[in-house]
Design a protein around this ligand. Sequence first.
Ligand SMILES: N[C@@H](CCC(=O)N[C@@H](CS)C(=O)NCC(=O)O)C(=O)O
Length: 217
Amino acid sequence: MDELQLIIGNKNYSSWSLRAWLYLTLNDIAFDELRLPLGTPEFHQRIHDYSPTGCVPALRQGDVCVWDSLAIIEYLDGIYSPAVSWPIEPRNKALALSAVMEMHSGFHALRSHYPMDCRKTPFPAELRGDVQKDLTRLDHLWRSCLELSSGPALLGDLGIIDVFFAPVVFRLKTYQLPMSQPCQAYADWLYQLPEMQRWLQEARVETEVLASNEWKG
Ligand SMILES: N[C@@H](CCC(=O)N[C@@H](CS)C(=O)NCC(=O)O)C(=O)O
C-alpha cells in the first residue's frame, strides 16, 4: 500500500489537524507529516497541491486525496481497523457517532471565541458570547458518556470520540473554562496522554504567531 502523508497546520493552532494526527499517532499507523504553517506565504503557495479546499488537515496516499478531519479518520478506519475506533456495541456507537458529528458541526461559540492556542500560559478567560451554553451542553454530553462507561475515556476505551474532543481539552486548559468535577477529571486524563503531550511539546517549539488565532483580551 502507498505511504500515508498527512498535511497539517501549526500544532499550536490547528485544532482540526490535531484530530487526524492524534488518531494516526494513537493507532501507531505510520505516516509522513508535512507541516504548513497557517497564514504564511508557504501555506498559500503549497496547500492547493494537497487539498482542494485549501484547508488542513489533508491526507494523501498515492493518488488518493482525503480532505476534512472526519473524512480522513473514516477513510483510515475502513482500511486499518485500528484499536482507537468506534465502539462496537450499538448504543455506544450511536452515542459516539452523534457526539462526534455534534462536535464537527457545533460548539460555535467555544470554537470561535476560544481559539486553540495550546502553548499559551493558562489564564481564567472571561466567558464570552454563548459560550456558557456550549459549556453546559458539553458538560452534559461528557457526563452522560462517563456515567455509562465509568471512564477513563468517554466511552471506556479510548476512541474516535475522545480524539474529536482533544482540541476542546486544550481550550479548557488554556482558558481555564469551568466544568464539573468529572468532566475536569476526564479533561486532565486526556491532556496527560503521552501523544497529547508530544503534540504540545511540538507546538511549544513553533515560532509562528497567528494574530487571528490569539486571544483578544
Ligand atoms: N471541516 C474541516 C475544517 C478544516 C479547517 O477549517 N482547517 C483550518 C485550519 S484548523 C484551515 O485549514 N484554514 C485555512 C486557512 O486558515 O487558510 C475539517 O474537519 O478538516
